[in-house]
Write a protein that binds this ligand. Sequence first.
Ligand code: HEM
Length: 183
Amino acid sequence: MQQKSQYYTRTAQWLHWVMAIIFITAWVIGFYSGNFLSYDVDGPFKGDVITLHKNIASVIIFLVIIRIFWRYTHPVPELPATMSPLMKTLAHLGHLGLYFMLLALPITGCLFSWSAGHPVPVLYLFEIPRLVQDNPDLTAIVKPLHIYISWAAGLLLVGHILAALKHHFIDKDNVLKSMTRQG
Ligand code: HEM
C-alpha cells in the first residue's frame, strides 16, 4: 500500500491559510458591524462596513467549492497514532463542523442580503446574480441563522486554533507542521 504523506499538499495548505485569513477578517468585521455599529449613531459608515464584510466574505463561496473538490481528490495526512480514538473522532467532527460553517455562513449571508433587497458584491469587482427576490419572511429566518451560526463558528474556530497549538507546543507532534511544511 502507498504510504500517506505526513503533509497536506501545497494547494491544500494555501487554501487553508488564505481561507483562514479571509474567514477571520470577515468574522471580525461582521461582528464589529453587528454589535458595535448602528445606523442611528454611525449613519452610512455602518453600511460601508457591511459592504466591506460582504465583499470579503463572498470570496469564501468560490474557495470552499475548490477546497471541497481538492479534499475529496487528494489524500490527507493521518492523525498521530498517539491520539485516542475519541480525540480522533472529535477532530474529525470539528473539521466537519468547520466545513459546514464555510458553507452555511456565505449561504445564509447571501440569502439574508438578497431577501432584504441588497446585492452580494465580490471584492468590489462584480455581484453574484440574485437568486431570491425581496422576501421579509425569509429575512426573518436567515438573519438570526447567520448570526447564531457565526457565533458557533467563532467558538469552533477558537477550539480549532487551541487544538492546533496544543498539538504543536504540548504534544509536540506533526499536526501543525502538516499544514505548514512539505516533506
Ligand atoms: C465566511 C463568511 C462569513 C462570516 C464568517 C460571517 C460572519 C458574520 C458575523 C460574525 C456577523 C455579526 C453577527 C452578529 O450580529 O453578532 C455577520 C453579520 C452579517 N453578515 Fe456575515 N459572515 C459571512 C458571510 C456573509 C456574506 C457572504 C454576507 C452577504 C453577502 C453576509 C452578510 C452579513 C450581514 C448583512 C450581516 C449583518 C451586519 C449588521 O447587522 O451590522 N455575511 N456576519
